[in-house]
Design a binder for this molecule. Sequence first.
Ligand SMILES: CC(C)(COP(=O)(O)OP(=O)(O)OC[C@H]1O[C@@H](n2cnc3c(N)ncnc32)[C@H](O)[C@@H]1OP(=O)(O)O)[C@@H](O)C(=O)NCCC(=O)NCCS
Length: 183
Amino acid sequence: MRLVTERLILRPWQDKDRSPMARIYGDAHVSRFFPKVMTVEETNLDIDLEIERAGTNGFHFGAAELRGSGETVGMIGLDVLSETVQAAIPSHPCVEIRWVLAKEHWGKGLAPEGARAWLDYAWSIGLPEVVARTAKENAPSRRVMRKIGMIHDPAGDHENPEISEGHWLRSRVVYRKLNPTFL
Ligand SMILES: CC(C)(COP(=O)(O)OP(=O)(O)OC[C@H]1O[C@@H](n2cnc3c(N)ncnc32)[C@H](O)[C@@H]1OP(=O)(O)O)[C@@H](O)C(=O)NCCC(=O)NCCS
């Protein structure tokens, strides 16, 4: 699985991505809307899990590399929602899109660029719908969702069962986009 956009290569994880991703996930500002700032070990486990999920599902939250320099700038991709999260959202969506970039690359439109390529891929394999979820307060991520044509579905907003009760990040907003070839 390799997608190429004007500025990015979206591809499976390689060992060379581990150290830049540990820096990105270990950055408290980048991770301010995540339940925790991940350690190097947790980042490695996360990458291992995504490699496994690519094998199972044919897609995953994958690596984003800058064309030209080859720099690993973050993660953009698709993954299957856990059954508990699917159950928490009334429309029971199956697949979500997600992104995380190193902060020196924010504000250049890289996340929407990569996300559009992943959405095209999703439609090409016949997925009926892709959702995106984030904390209510995550304005930059919500902005990316709107830029790629996703629509906020207030009926899907939910308490994330994977985050402990009372945690300020438990409330999630849901944005949806339907496969345009089915419309
Ligand atoms: C969400 C994220 C991937 C956006 O990527 P991006 O490539 O910067 O996206 P864009 O360039 O399209 O910018 C989106 C919005 O972010 C905001 N933004 C841009 N630069 C910013 C900066 N330096 N600081 C804070 N917000 C910024 C702007 O509101 C921008 O919208 P605009 O283009 O209309 O002004 C990036 O902010 C990020 O990695 N955040 C931390 C991880 C995260 O929260 N991921 C989402 C998990 S659901």
